[in-house]
Design a protein around this ligand. Structure first.
Ligand code: CU
Length: 324
């Protein structure tokens, strides 16, 4: 009787395996399609810029790849609970398990290849096609295709010269300098749509992290370091700016918002702001990729003292046609 029961076990297991694999394949195909096509377009951080779209694509591919694994684990777990649990009152031990070299080797090989391929794929996709939205340090290796070393003094839309935007973090406000428009400093982060942007991120005190969420840009702001990040906005509209590095008691209030404008609207904003802030720009230290905090205490303070920063840092002029 005991021998008969043991002989039946492998047959039952084979049926289970066939069913499990069949159900797993069907569910995985459906799941992968649903994740890639239905969830993919809603994956963070959206597709407002090249860097955001690259991250969204990465997130979509990684989630799609993980789907069969998750389905496999949950299916096996559910199947075991439904069909392999002991009958009520059965307190005997289960049959001993023995290692299976083929299964172990296959599992290690498949998961290792999967992880390594995804690591290489994800890294390449994040940085290579359009330059990284994460800081690449002072000498970036990957730049947006077709761009050249930027001039600090001029920028013309549609050329290979990248728009330079300096991001300055300090406790607890973000300010932005536009060196190609006379080096004015403002709390408004305005960008033109469809034009490559180079963020030069630095800090005047502690370590901050410039995080323009919808643009997929996140770069550490370190004092005396120029940390470069690239993006090209795809759409006009508003995006949020936060500090992503705990930087003191008002870290959580260190937020701002930025706006992607049409190219003509951006150019007129930049030229207007250059003129409007000319009086203040003269009081600032000359544009530089980094500033020594012990020598340069004026950046940002000028705007603050004159009451030009509103709650959340953003201030909008009634003269700005893009603002309500
Ligand atoms: Cu901060």
């Amino acid at each position: 009787m005991v021998a008969d029961q043991q002989a039946l076990v492998p047959v039952r297991d084979r049926h289970d395996a066939v069913w499990l694999i069949a159900i797993w394949v069907v569910l995985s195909i459906g799941g992968c399609l649903a994740v890639y096509f239905a969830m993919g377009p809603h994956m963070p951080p959206g597709a407002m810029s090249t860097s955001a779209a690259n991250q969204q694509f990465d997130n979509t591919v990684l989630a799609t790849t993980a789907t069969p694994v998750v389905i496999g684990v949950l299916l096996y777990f559910g199947w075991a609970m439904a069909f392999w649990r002991p009958a009520p009152g059965d307190t005997t031990d289960a049959a001993p398990l023995h290692g299976h070299t083929g299964v172990a080797v296959t599992w290690i090989a498949v998961t290792s290849v999967l992880v390594l391929v995804l690591a290489v794929f994800g890294t390449y996709e994040l940085i290579a096609p359009a330059g990284s939205g994460g800081g690449e340090g002072p000498q970036p290796i990957w730049k947006p295709a077709g761009t050249v070393a930027a001039s600090d003094t001029s920028w013309t839309p549609g050329t290979k010269n990248i728009l330079q935007v300096q991001v300055i973090g300090q406790q607890w406000v973000w300010t932005f300098r536009y060196p190609q428009f006379g080096g004015f400093e403002t709390t408004q982060l305005m960008l033109p749509v469809g034009e490559p942007v180079q963020f030069n991120v630095t800090s005047l005190d502690v370590i901050h992290s410039f995080w323009a969420y919808q643009l997929g840009v996140k770069a550490d702001a370190n004092p005396l370091v120029n940390n470069v990040a690239f993006t090209t906005p795809y759409h006009t509209g508003q995006f949020t700016v936060r500090c992503a590095e705990l930087c003191g008691i008002w870290h959580g209030a260190m937020y701002d918002s930025g706006q992607v404008l049409s190219v003509p609207a951006f150019v007129s904003w930049a030229k207007l702001t250059e003129i409007r802030l000319a009086r203040l720009t003269k009081m600032l230290p000359p544009y530089s990729l980094t500033y020594d905090p012990t020598v340069i205490p004026t950046l940002g303070k000028v705007l603050t003292q004159l009451g030009l920063t509103g709650a959340g840092g953003g201030f909008y002029s009634p003269a700005d046609p893009e603002q309500p």
